[in-house]
Design a protein around this ligand. Structure first.
Ligand code: FAD
Length: 288
């Protein structure tokens, strides 16, 4: 199907882009176009104006900012996957980006587009929640920082205000003694996560000192598996402890998504299997 008619603008600066969004009420930001354009072709989205931010170079960089990483909203999945800075300081993010879609999707899709789209089956949201990332948005009244815990509101719904543009994602990396892993059960056609689990574990003296476990794809927005985190914190790093913790993931999954591919119960089962694998890998990496 062809999309409905729209006007197209390609601003050169953030100020110009936010002014265009302010001026045109039925406008949408266009980044990589790999979620928005298919939606427009099915007429699930019918914006009257597209504001293509692809020409705003300032939104594309990946840099260190103090102890954190600042990833421009326009950084493609391929750029995140191949960034030596990210692989060195926050390898779970590079590992996640490398698992998104196929080469074409990774070359066009952007981190900003992925989180702004808030698809429950997307990979970044789960991992960014595990990293307690901060999202930076620019709008009419300047820039503001949004903690990831307050960003995802519902299916395809975020706390971005009308006319706001996500400019970057900030996340802290981790060093020796801490391991991270993202594991997903991928949809065989698209590679989207039917369920994806991110684990970050700090190991000291043969024990799991700090455990973060998040689950995406099972619910409208990604969740922290608090019961499983608690079960493993302070426990030994053996397989029995990991399996016991992973078995508790379902305690934090309420109203699981259900569709023709995977029922809610199957998603909960997948979440505990993916959690066991992610935790085991994170622990092994933490031990070096
Ligand atoms: P666009 O499609 O341009 O925009 C998406 C939405 O976000 C739009 O509403 C747009 O207005 C808004 N938006 C974009 N950028 C900004 C911004 N900076 N500020 C505010 N709003 C903004 N994703 C996965 O996570 N895992 C997968 O395995 C996966 N597989 C895929 C397979 C296929 C075949 C396809 C087509 C897509 C797949 N995707 C997958 C989605 C892909 O990662 C998209 O690139 C991503 O979801 C959207 O990024 P984009 O840059 O293309 O955004």
């Amino acid at each position: 199907m062809y999309p409905a008619e729209f006007d197209y603008y390609r601003p050169k600066s953030l100020a110009e882009a936010t002014a265009l969004l302010r001026k045109h009420k039925e406008s949408r930001v266009l980044a990589g176009g790999h979620s928005l354009l298919p939606a427009m072709r099915f007429r699930l989205a019918t914006p009257r104006v597209l504001v293509d931010i692809g020409g705003i170079g300032a939104l594309a960089g990946i840099k260190a900012k103090g102890k954190a990483l600042e990833i421009g909203a326009l950084a493609t999945h391929a750029a995140v996957a191949s960034s030596s800075l990210i692989s060195r300081t926050c390898p779970i993010l590079a590992e996640t980006a490398a698992q998104i879609g196929d080469l074409q999707v990774r070359n066009r899709g952007t981190i900003g587009g992925s989180v702004a789209h808030a698809d429950p089956a997307a990979d970044y949201p789960t991992v960014l929640l595990a990293l307690s990332a901060t999202l930076i948005a620019a709008g009419q009244s300047g820039k503001r920082e949004i903690p990831i815990e307050k960003f995802f509101v519902d299916l395809f719904t975020t706390s971005l205000k009308r006319g706001e543009i996500l400019t970057s994602v900030r996340a802290r990396g981790y060093g020796a003694g801490t391991g991270g892993a993202y594991v997903k059960h991928r949809h065989p056609a698209s590679s989207y996560a039917v369920v994806g689990v991110a684990a970050i574990v700090e190991v000291e003296g043969g024990k799991c000192e700090r455990v973060v476990l998040t689950v995406g794809g099972a619910t409208a927005t990604p969740v922290r598996a608090a019961a499983a985190e608690k079960a493993l914190t302070g426990a030994r790093t053996d397989h029995a402890a990991i399996a016991a913790a992973a078995a508790r993931v379902g305690e934090d999954i309420s109203n699981p998504l259900s569709d023709h591919y995977a029922s809610g119960d199957f998603r909960i089962h997948l979440a505990s299997v993916m959690a066991r694998r992610a935790l085991a890998t994170a622990v092994a990496r933490a031990k070096g």
